[in-house]
Design a protein around this ligand. Sequence first.
Ligand code: MTE
Length: 326
Amino acid sequence: MQNDIPALEITPERLYLSRRQFMRGAGALAASALLTACGVPTPTPAPTAPPAPTAPPAPASRAAPPTQVASGADELGDKWTPFDVVTNYNNYYEFSLDKEPVAQAARNFKTTPWTVHVGGLVNKPRAFTLDELLQFPHTERIYRLRCVEAWSMVVPWNGFPLAQLLAQVEPLAQAKYVRFETLLDPAQMPGQRDKYFKWPYVEGLRLDEAMHDLTILATGLYGKPLPPQDGAPLRLVVPWKYGFKYVKSIVKIDLVEDAPVSFWMTSSPTEYGFYANVNPEVSHPRWSQATERRIGETSRRKTLPFNGYAEQVAALYQGMDLRKFF
Ligand code: MTE
């Protein structure tokens, strides 16, 4: 049976072989699920007419009942990826190395009470409860999500600009970067028992990237509270970067002087870098980034520089050789 195990996608090459070891460590997962290929949901036909305008902003709240949400499109006219796909095709290594089992494996993940500590090089370090985070004025943002594995989705997120949270703690002049950390709780997150990876999941942004208006902290999607598999109760969304930057289940945000070393930079330094801006011209060592597969479509489409947000963010990287900053 060992040869039936498919190669993982984002996982570094040298870790393919440790997969069986992970399977033993994460003993709670069913063998059948572990042998499932990293499949793609059945394609649905592309829309024939331009989709309806997007639904009005819907604040996410834990108490909010699921709302009836109209389907919409992004500013390029591309349809939202269906809710069922967004919530059943997930990368979340704390729960599973495969995508489809994540929703089931994370279903009992405890997201209340929840506190996010924001500190480091700031004037006013502070712990925010989830209720306090939900009080930030929320907006709906329709963003493309582009994974380095060369698939993509369109997701209607609910959240608020990270800049608003950072303003409350008053970053000091020495603060140049922001470091994010996921919850460390191997009792709840079986993947964290795998000693091959250095847990918890860590990500980082340059301070100006973090302060950019497109950068949000999401607490919901499709007008509903974020499901556990999508990073509840709080995750980062940076639409011009590859999806692995979108750290889930955040418990700690620190303002720091040096660029943080991310989970993937530690796991596979030759394959992952800090910036990770979507760039069709720079291939990952194992995947060309020139085209992508929009989940639900049969043919591939061209990848857009900065995932289609170049107009808003390219200026952040003026003078940098983008080929060096994968
Ligand atoms: N955050 C944590 N804590 N653990 C993870 O494994 N996977 C990342 C990112 N955030 C990951 C994570 C990757 S590789 C991607 S592509 C996106 O989450 C996927 O987000 P989605 O499952 O909501 O589509």
